[in-house]
Ligand binder design. Structure first.
Ligand code: SAM
Length: 257
């Protein structure tokens, strides 16, 4: 998949809903006066702004592999510190700077092999620093429906993946001094299921639509998904559609050194 399939405008159509978990995550991090903070998968810079607000005394670096996203972030904050890089490669840069907070909101689910990635990220923390991560839960009906539709069409889709909180406990406990794990279900109110599809066009639908390759096929995929979503998410009698969205949160603290 091309790195720049991310579209900042589509993503930011729901900027408030997407940024709220970043605020919840940042406020849960207990590191006193961090000096070096990195926002991995910073996207258009919305979560990086949350980091700057939370830690005004810190130097905050935004890292993302999408040129389009970094360009958007730079327009919003030309004096910011931005880097185009792949998170997997970044995590392997042993000998690089140690960070007091490694922050990542809604990005690591796109990066492979969490069993090795998360411990590597912990290794890049300064003593008593924190790795703070939020990701969408994997087992939500819209994602299952997308996977089923893709399987019916024989599509090879780059998979995103988050695991259960037990997995992150088992993976991080041997390396972390302290762990804080939780999940939150945000009940998002959408105008209709079509708006839910718009939501996913900015994220999980992108690889599916790219794998299809022609406009007519994409239109059929979206129509079928919309119909199936309508069966799972009925319109509320009071108007709108309730779209519960579960997110997992992980804050892992490095030992004192
Ligand atoms: C859903 S957006 C999250 C944006 C922002 N952090 C937020 O809180 O809304 C996911 C971002 O992760 C980036 N991303 C995905 N895989 C990546 C990788 N392997 N390395 C670096 N960035 C990656 C994408 O380019 C995209 O900008």
């Amino acid at each position: 998949m091309p790195r720049d399939s991310w579209n900042p405008e589509q993503y930011l159509k729901f900027g408030d809903l997407r940024t709220r978990p970043a605020r919840d995550l940042a406020h849960a991090v207990a590191v006193a006066d961090p000096r070096w903070v990195v926002d991995l998968g910073c996207g258009p810079g919305n979560s990086t702004a949350v980091c700057r607000e939370r830690w005004p005394g810190a130097s905050v670096l935004g890292v993302d592999r999408s040129d389009a996203m970094i360009e958007k972030a730079r327009v919003g904050r030309p004096d910011g510190d931005w880097q185009v890089a792949d998170i997997g490669e970044w995590s392997r840069m042993a000998g690089g700077r140690r960070f007091d907070v490694i922050f990542s909101n809604a990005a690591l689910q796109w990066v492979a092999d969490h069993a090795t990635l998360f411990p590597r990220l912990l290794d890049r923390l300064a003593p008593e620093g924190a790795l703070a991560v939020q990701m969408p839960a994997y087992e939500m009906p819209p994602n299952r429906l997308m996977r089923e539709l893709a399987a019916d069409l024989g599509l090879a889709v780059e998979a995103w993946r988050s695991h259960s909180l037990d997995f992150y406990y088992e993976t991080l406990r041997p390396h972390a001094a302290r762990l804080d794990l939780w999940a939150t279900e945000y009940v998002q109110v959408m105008a209709d299921v079509e708006e839910m599809v718009e939501w996913y066009k900015g994220t999980a639908l992108r690889p599916h639509l790219e794998a299809i390759g022609d406009d007519a096929g994409r239109a059929r995929f979206l129509a079928e998904l919309t119909d199936r979503l309508r069966q799972v998410y009925p319109a509320s009698q009071s108007g709108g559609v309730l779209f519960p969205f579960r997110r997992v949160f992980i804050v892992a603290y490095a030992p004192a050194g």
